[in-house]
Design a protein around this ligand. Structure first.
Ligand code: 4AD
Ligand code: MG
Length: 479
């Protein structure tokens, strides 16, 4: 007999037939007449209830059918008499494939805290919460490819190991095969990277953008979707040292077209997850409501998770310039009451508290902030006519803050090299990048969306460590 996934069994398509299901035991309860075994196989948040007649399956036979054990069960799929499920299986055979000793198995019936589950990241996939989160993550990843491919974008694989620092922020993880206990030195006593594997210093990529720009100069529209690495020592609920980024890059786009695309993209992937993962999202929404009950009134969510998502997909994002944002902040009650911890002034970057004020308190919707001062943004952003600001955009989302960073790129060779000189980025090393400005350069733009921040937004999970299977954060890379 062929195994059928539980998601399919629960549609009732095979009712009246004998079926084979395989999965893991969630719970087992029973009395002297009958045992009820809830089984999951990860295909859906729903368990399938298996009914085992106590005459046929006495408790001694079922002793290894404990929470966490893997089982193969055959039986007839029938419409359920009981409440809580539409279909159930009347067991004919039950085989335990892998036991899970109840004395030591950490995931017992009770609810566990997210902090505890983080310490057993190798097992947390098996909980309802992480099952839902990672199914939604999968759908969102698929939706990313679907969105761009429907629009004729070419998926470009950019390198993980690189010699350049795309963001110029110096937050790179070095990649080396040099013997750390015995580093080769040059005559001046510096580490001799010529002896290293690649014959030069290399690092893990912080962004695929620069390589993406090269490809956009041939395919018009491309996107990357891969892991990126930042050695920033930020221990927050929104930073990872290893995160996945989606970076589209489009030739012949200006900043407005870039912002339009980013907005369409975010709405599209959220809508797709709402269609595909309704039950998972309802479960996660319920979870948040439970969490809210423990909070004081003023900290509770105004909207449920699904209401929030529906609102985002059906309303335009707000668009303001950085200069307007500073105005709003300086005139806000929060500023007057000295509620902000960090300085607000033109020329100073927005901190997460400011971003969240703008989206959560002022506009109450996602906001696209454009035209930042050039000195707080990366070297490749296009200088505006005012000579002070660049054609940058950040998209800020409620509960998250920055979810997208992007810009129109500086396509004018002279202005670009001048900027690189000012900041001290060696133009000789970036000759390959500058060649796009020398040969057939054109106006172009792109953005980067932090995939985990998107997953956080859609699932409502408060900590970014809970939306990536194996989070990499400072002092933490055990699994
Ligand atoms: O704003 P960032 O640094 O922009 C870039 O990397 C550009 N090269 C993108 C581009 O224009 N192609 O990063 C983009 C996004 C941020 O908005 C944020 O969502 C996410 O990447 N991000 C992080 N996510 C998790 N952990 C971190 N440490 C992150 N740093 C950035
Ligand atoms: Mg940014």
């Amino acid at each position: 007999m062929q195994r059928t996934k539980i998601k399919e069994l629960l549609t009732g398509a095979e009712v009246g037939n004998d079926v084979l299901l395989k999965g893991w035991v969630r719970t087992k309860r029973g009395n002297k007449y009958v045992n009820f075994i809830a089984v999951t196989d990860g295909s859906t948040i729903q368990n399938l209830q298996v009914v085992a007649d106590a005459e046929k399956f006495p408790e001694e036979t079922l002793k290894d059918v404990t929470t966490g054990a893997s089982v193969a069960i055959t039986g007839e799929l029938v419409a359920s008499q009981g409440k809580g499920q539409a279909y159930e299986v009347i067991a004919k055979t039950i085989e335990v494939l892998g036991k899970a000793d109840p004395e030591t198995y950490p995931l017992q019936k009770k609810a566990h805290s997210l902090e505890f589950l983080r310490e057993i990241a190798h097992l947390r996939f098996r909980t309802n919460t992480f099952g839902a989160v990672f199914r939604v993550r999968n759908t969102l990843a698929f939706a990313v490819h679907k969105f761009f491919n429907e629009r004729g974008f070419v998926y470009m694989h950019t390198p993980i190991v690189t010699a350049s620092d795309a963001e110029g922020a110096g937050e790179m993880f070095r990649v080396t095969t040099l013997d750390l206990d015995n580093l080769p030195r040059t005559d001046e006593g510096k580490i001799d990277f010529e002896e290293d594997f690649f014959g030069r210093a290399t690092n893990l990529t912080v962004s695929g953008q620069l390589e993406g720009e090269l490809a956009a100069m041939a395919f018009s529209d491309i996107y990357t979707f891969g892991p990126t690495f930042r050695a920033e020592n930020s221990n927050t609920a929104r930073h990872l040292a290893e995160f996945w980024m989606i970076e589209p890059e489009m030739a012949f786009y200006d900043l407005k077209m870039n912002a339009d695309l980013a907005e369409d993209f975010i709405r599209y992937v959220i809508r797709y997850a709402m269609e595909q993962n309704r039950e998972d999202l309802e479960f996660l929404a319920q979870r948040l409501q439970e969490e809210d009950k423990a909070k004081p009134q003023q900290e509770r969510q105004e909207m449920t998770l699904l209401e929030k998502l529906e609102f985002v997909v059906s309303n335009q994002f707000e668009r303001i310039t950085y200069t307007d944002a500073i105005d709003i902040l300086v005139n806000s009650p929060a500023y007057k009451k000295k509620k902000f911890q960090y300085e607000v002034a033109w020329g100073v970057d927005l901190q997460s508290e400011h971003e969240r004020y703008l989206v959560e308190k002022h506009f109450k919707k996602p906001v696209i902030v454009t035209d930042y001062p050039k000195d707080i943004k990366s070297f490749y952003m296009r200088l505006n006519d005012d000579g002070k600001t660049v054609a940058a955009m950040d998209i800020l989302a409620p509960g998250i803050g920055e979810i997208v960073g992007g810009s129109q790129r500086e396509e004018r060779l002279e202005l670009l090299t001048q900027r690189m000189d000012e900041i001290g980025i060696p133009t000789e090393e970036m000759w390959w990048y500058l060649d796009t400005r020398r040969y057939g350069g054109c106006p172009h733009a792109g953005f980067g969306l932090g995939f985990e921040r998107l997953v956080q937004f859609v699932t409502g999970m408060g900590n970014i460590r809970d939306v990536i299977p194996f989070p990499r954060t400072p002092k933490n890379a055990e699994f």
